[in-house]
Design a protein around this ligand. Structure first.
Ligand SMILES: [Fe+2]
Ligand SMILES: [Fe+2]
Length: 264
């Protein structure tokens, strides 16, 4: 038997700093003493994910992103931020209660976690070699076999099995030095630093058109936008893999988050 507390302790042990007052990780819903029957690791605990969890007999969700929409910290938790802003997520808390589901957020411990984490698993899928340099924050600098922006974009699309992606810049541009700015880690200042370091292109997750894409175009740096969920979901399969290894008697699976968009 394992409880929610046992899983929370294990996740805390991955990076105790991720439980500090300025961090995001921890139990967001449910009782620590509850016995865990099944675990779903997911990028974001959407209502669709929660419905699938109940149908599969899962009663613990380990989510990378917020459950109650706001990016909470101990001093200002997700549900408190909802209350402050008069945002009612009662339909979601009721569903969690009725389904007897607990939710733990694993974000700050997980993006840069070796081998199983978000960056490591995405790099493995894309076949990018070990980084040349750590740039700080979430970003590493890589050198790949020379290609073009268009060919690199097509390669990412095929390897990640994406229905489509967006590219900014000259598709014929030669690319050898890249930064992977997965998730929502793209921004003006970071892009400026990537450019000054010599990056030919950025492989990115979620973009701001004005704050990241337009500056990159001005700098002459290519941008390949793959999506926030798409770039982080492989890491949540990694979370399911790691939890399975450490809790072999509890069923653990990756629950892919339902697609945010349709393309018309
Ligand atoms: Fe992340
Ligand atoms: Fe993210």
């Amino acid at each position: 038997m394992a409880t929610v507390q046992d899983f929370d302790d294990f996740l805390t042990g991955l990076d105790s700093n991720a439980r500090g007052v300025d961090h995001r990780d921890g139990l967001k819903w449910g009782e620590p003493a509850m016995e865990v029957r099944g675990v779903g690791a997911t990028w974001m605990a959407s209502m669709d994910v929660l419905h699938r969890a109940v149908a599969a007999g899962i009663n613990l969700i380990v989510t990378h992103e917020p459950t109650f929409w706001f990016d909470g910290r101990p001093a200002n938790p997700e549900l408190e931020r909802c209350r402050e802003r008069d945002v009612d997520v009662g339909f979601k808390t009721r569903f969690l209660d009725e389904g007897g589901i607990a939710v733990i957020r694993a974000h700050d411990c997980w993006d840069r976690y070796p081998d199983y984490g978000v960056e490591a698993r995405l790099r493995g899928v894309l076949g990018v070699p070990d980084p040349l340099e750590y740039l700080g924050g979430y970003h590493y600098f890589y050198e790949v076999a020379e290609t073009t922006l268009g060919a690199l974009a097509q390669d990412c699309k095929a390897k990640m099995d994406l229905p489509c992606l967006r590219v900014a810049g000259d598709l014929a541009k030669a690319v050898r030095k890249i930064v992977i700015a997965y998730g929502a880690t793209s921004g003006t200042e970071g892009y400026y630093r990537f450019w000054r370091r010599g990056a030919d292109a950025v492989i990115s997750g979620e973009q701001s058109e004005w704050a990241a894409v337009r500056p990159a175009i001005d700098m002459g740096m290519g941008v390949i936008e793959l999506g926030h969920a798409a770039t982080e979901a492989f890491g949540m399969q990694g979370m399911a893999d790691l939890l399975s290894e450490h809790f072999p008697n509890i069923p653990v699976r990756h629950l892919p988050t339902d697609p945010s968009f349709q393309w018309l």
